[in-house]
Ligand binder design. Structure first.
Ligand SMILES: Cc1cc2nc3c(=O)[nH]c(=O)nc-3n(C[C@H](O)[C@H](O)[C@H](O)COP(=O)(O)O)c2cc1C
Length: 215
């Protein structure tokens, strides 16, 4: 169909996971592969074609350590609270918390951190403006992750450092009026492939021609 390899494309779409435990901390990541993936990412749409995105690629070890420290300030209590009492969350949620805790403890070892930023103050925006703003960066973030995955690199979108974004801004000379929307740790992944995730069925979350109506 249209000359595209649907099997390969669908596989990438279905198996681009949040990679934490399978990040290879020891294998260097060439700057050129990051640039190649960002070049693809910025093919994504933006409201009014504003392209207000800026991408900060952090490879400097001291800066990665500083980012990891402030990430942990938020993540450690947050993830501890997320576990709750023994047996209070599902096995699947427990795995997510376990994996997120691992990433948090090793974040400084991940060779590349990418911080997507957007021109504008996004706090307290009305819904249409918030949708227009976040909608003008997250499609590109996901394209970036897909492009990485296709080249053997794993990543995970994280947002836990954002309550301390001012300190990250100071560290990275990000001017006021620019909003960080996440931090994406990037490394080559270990092992060969990933599986599709178990999600609620499409039919259960899709309505036709009206709320809760089926086809
Ligand atoms: C908006 C958003 C914020 C997220 N923030 C974090 C985060 O701060 N730390 C983290 O380890 N994972 C974070 N995740 C990853 C989710 O935990 C993950 O997508 C979810 O568990 C499903 O797993 P999967 O991506 O492998 O399918 C975030 C994902 C999204 C979409």
């Amino acid at each position: 169909m249209a000359g595209l390899d649907l099997t390969a494309i669908d596989h990438v779409l279905a198996t681009t996971r949040s990679v934490r435990k399978r990040l290879d901390f020891d294998r260097p990541v060439e700057p050129t592969v990051i640039e190649e993936c960002l070049r693809l990412a910025i093919q994504a749409p933006t409201g009014g074609n504003t392209q207000g995105w800026r991408w900060i690629v952090v490879t400097d070890a001291e800066k990665r350590s500083a980012l990891a420290e402030l990430y942990r300030e938020i993540a450690t209590p947050y993830l501890k609270a997320g576990l709750g009492e023994p047996g209070s969350i599902s096995a699947q949620q427990e795995r997510v918390v376990d994996s997120a805790t691992y990433l948090s403890e090793r974040l400084h070892d991940v060779p590349v951190h990418v911080i997507p930023c957007l021109y504008g103050e996004l706090d307290a925006l009305p819904n249409f403006a918030a949708a227009g703003s976040y909608g003008s960066i997250f499609p590109a973030v996901w394209s970036f992750q897909l492009a990485l995955r296709s080249r053997g690199l794993g990543s995970v979108l994280t947002t836990l450092h954002l309550p301390l974004a001012d300190r990250a801004a100071e560290l990275l000379d990000i001017p006021s009026g620019v909003t960080q929307v996440g931090l994406i740790p990037v490394a080559y992944f270990t092992g060969s492939d990933f599986k599709p995730a178990v999600r609620r069925p499409m039919e259960e979350v899709t309505y036709w021609n009206g709320w809760k109506q089926s086809r």
